[in-house]
Write a protein that binds this ligand. Structure first.
Ligand SMILES: [Zn+2]
Ligand SMILES: [Zn+2]
Length: 343
């Protein structure tokens, strides 16, 4: 799945503040904005919303260019305040990284911001921030996967979504030869990885946690048309996303909500740098060395037992090969010469 290829992108609506609004209301307004954006937006989209709020509340004088770094820090504090209030309700606003990396995230951010009327000073201010792949996502923290998504999904959607997750996990467990459609749909991610690996022609193999629509149409509980509708609804809620070649996969929001389920139940590999589940990035290609470390043979508490493969998100891979090592931390094979894309 590449969320960057999703045609649906939520445009950031300006927040309508009440005349009596005060700075103490900022966390609540930011939360409202995040929920109106289907519970997921790039951190700079939320920052843009904060700058608009600050102007509404008279906290930034007309004509002033706000200090983006300072407001970025304030955004974090407001979200912390919102989280204190959300905790009894078992919700949380998490900051997560888009696995497909900064470039993909910034391209998506520009689309998120396309319809937003920002003042030239705020636009100027935001443009000074470094590229970021971080998103804010509103997630349900209840322990059971059934209730976790139950607040907005119907029971049928929950059943279907659970089945989809199983399909994604199973599909991702098989290493494939990179086909032309997948290659074309993932050119951006591959370019970022190839740039970091220095591999002149790229790698031949990939795994993918996104599946074709026809595979999802096999769902026993629904007709093909009903399945298509269910996928469309889950895409609209930014829980599933389509790639440009028609595959369907989990979004950054769903991945954040399901992180422990993906790791513990489906044994999806965790990133060697940040320890979150990897749906996009790179994996060590020395498969033989990793097979015996699969979930079947591992102890539950064993650190790497959730998966045999060594994986990295795009940003994490770039960091790892530039600053840590060009070899796999588990088997010492090269991870730049002939590794595996996660697309
Ligand atoms: Zn990572
Ligand atoms: Zn390895």
């Amino acid at each position: 799945m590449s969320e960057t290829a999703t045609p649906h992108t939520q445009s950031a609506e300006p927040i309508a503040t009440a005349p009596s609004a005060s700075p103490a209301d900022i966390p609540r307004y930011l939360l409202q904005f995040l929920l109106a954006s289907q519970g997921v937006c790039h951190e700079y989209t939320l920052l843009a919303a904060l700058l608009q709020l600050a102007r509404d509340l008279g906290l930034v004088a007309e004509g002033d260019t706000p200090d983006a770094t300072r407001w970025h820090g304030q955004l974090r504090e407001h979200i912390e305040t919102a989280n204190v209030r959300l905790e009894p309700l078992q919700f949380h606003v998490a900051q997560v990284q888009l696995g497909s990396g900064k470039r993909a995230a910034m391209a998506q951010w520009r689309r998120e911001m396309a319809g937003v009327q920002l003042s030239p000073a705020d636009t100027e201010s935001l443009s000074q921030l470094p590229d970021s792949s971080r998103y804010y996502v509103h997630v349900n923290t209840q322990s059971s996967p059934e209730t976790r998504t139950g607040t907005w999904m119907t029971p049928q959607q929950v059943e279907f979504a659970k089945w989809c997750v199983a399909q994604f996990a199973e599909h991702g467990s098989a290493v494939q030869t990179l086909g032309p459609e997948v290659a074309a749909a993932s050119a951006g991610i591959r370019a970022d990885i190839d740039g970091a690996s220095g591999s002149p022609h790229g790698w031949r193999r990939c795994v993918s946690y996104s599946v074709g629509s026809t595979q999802l149409a096999q769902y026993p509980g629904l007709s093909a048309i009903e399945t298509e509708q269910a996928v469309a609804q889950l895409c609209e809620r930014r829980w599933l996303a389509r790639t440009s070649d028609g595959r369907v996969g989990l979004t950054v929001r769903a991945a954040a909500e399901l992180d422990s389920l993906l790791r513990d139940t489906y044994a999806l590999p965790r990133c060697a740098v940040c320890a979150r589940v990897v749906l996009h990035g790179a994996a060590c290609g020395n498969l033989a060395a990793h097979v015996s470390e699969g979930p079947e043979s591992g102890e539950e508490d064993e650190d790497e037992a959730s998966s045999g493969m060594a994986m990295w998100h795009v940003d994490c891979y770039q960091h790892y090969v530039a600053h840590v090592s060009k070899s796999c931390p588990k088997c010492s094979a090269s991870i730049v010469d002939d590794a595996v894309y996660v697309l």
